[in-house]
Design a protein around this ligand. Structure first.
Ligand SMILES: NC(=O)c1ccc[n+]([C@@H]2O[C@H](COP(=O)([O-])OP(=O)(O)OC[C@H]3O[C@@H](n4cnc5c(N)ncnc54)[C@H](O)[C@@H]3O)[C@@H](O)[C@H]2O)c1
Length: 324
């Protein structure tokens, strides 16, 4: 029986949403985060008797051991996130995303903890060899960034731990969008919609490149769903998370934004950057675990546009809304 869940990276974009879902489901929730982007996303939970915050670094064994006390399950989200951030800080990315993650998992294995859920990324697929094929979990991984290389490295470590009695699950997330307690505006749907909402012309490169997208609430819900699922269905399994119908090219995103903001200006430009190009099949998590998304990309565009228009967020270009 899982009563207490530790969320690493709980102050982040997806983690702060996950913490709330788990609290709503009745768990006692602990979080360890070194607050790279501040702790605002968790302040309202501070007085909740079922919530405990540990300010700590997952690279520090003593912090990890403190956070893992009296925990039944771990959702591991803490990471150096995004291609540009990992390119700018490659050593830190390897240290956090690979070395600290392995240490965390080793300490978890020594304990009575029953479940370990790791949030990986569909970026691991890199570039499709055949653009007509939707990539499922058995597809080759072709990481083309240091970020994806670190995620693949920890996936491979986890999948090599097959003798473990611990139930570990890998979730390969689609690119996230939507509003959370720590919304980020450095991700395609949010960034494009924010820019158009404030009247900026979009400069888009690689407009024909595909990517799968999923709302932050749905991604966080998938983590909670794995914790509730029968161990036989999730142990040592890999799931793409999203919906097979939610693959878009950047050009398709602009078509959806234009439906909400008709006077938008977009220029397609040529640049040798971010060649990630993959369409993903997310049927496994639907058929095996019954996962369903509750929002799609047009919903996310409308949500972000409304947030910018209503003025609640203040300066959406502030550094606190991006990772680099
Ligand atoms: N954002 C996406 O589109 C996306 C897609 C696929 C997978 N993911 C994965 O989901 C997870 C969460 O992503 P996010 O978008 O919420 O990122 P985020 O950057 O908003 O959150 C990461 C959190 O981890 C914390 N952190 C970083 N290093 C730490 C350390 N050494 N010790 C303790 N805490 C540390 C940060 O302070 C931050 O609060 C990551 O593992 C990421 O790789 C994200």
């Amino acid at each position: 029986m899982i009563k207490t869940v530790l969320v690493t990276g709980g102050a982040g974009y997806i983690g702060s949403q996950l913490v709330r879902i788990l609290l709503n489901e009745g768990y006692f929730v602990k979080t360890i985060d070194n607050l790279k982007f501040g702790g605002d996303a968790l302040i309202d939970l501070y007085t909740n008797p079922k919530f405990e915050f540990v300010k700590g670094d997952i690279c520090q064994e003593s912090d990890v051991r403190k956070a893992l006390k009296n925990v039944d399950a771990v959702c591991h989200l803490a990471a150096i996130v995004s291609d540009p951030t990992c390119k700018a800080f490659p050593e830190e990315a390897t240290k956090v995303n690979v070395e600290a993650s392995i240490l965390l998992h080793k300490i978890v294995q020594e304990s009575d903890i029953k479940r370990f859920v790791f949030t990986s990324t569909c970026s691991n697929y890199g570039k499709m060899s055949d653009p007509n094929i939707l990539l499922d979990e058995s597809a080759d991984l072709r990481p083309i960034s240091h970020y994806a290389e670190t995620k693949v490295a920890f996936e491979q470590y986890l999948l090599s731990q097959t003798n473990s009695t611990l139930c570990s699950t890998i979730l390969r997330f689609s690119t996230v969008y939507g509003v959370s307690p720590r919304t980020r505006f450095d991700l395609t749907v949010n960034e494009f919609t924010r820019d158009v909402s404030v009247g900026k012309a979009l400069q888009i490169y690689g407009e024909k490149f595909w990517r799968p997208y999923c709302h932050v609430y749905d991604l966080a819900s998938a983590v909670a769903l794995v914790l509730k699922s029968d161990e036989k269905l999730v142990k040592n399994e890999v799931f793409n998370v999203g919906d097979t119908k939610e693959n878009y090219t950047k050009e398709m995103l602009t078509v959806e934004i234009k439906k909400v903001i008709p006077n938008m200006v977009v220029n397609f430009v040529s640049r040798d950057e971010d060649p990630r190009d993959y369409r993903v099949n997310c049927d496994k998590i639907q058929t095996k675990l019954g996962f369903r998304i509750t929002k799609n990309v047009p919903d996310g565009i409308a949500e972000i546009h409304k947030l910018i228009q209503c003025g609640l967020i203040g300066d959406s270009f502030s550094a606190k809304y991006k990772n680099l």
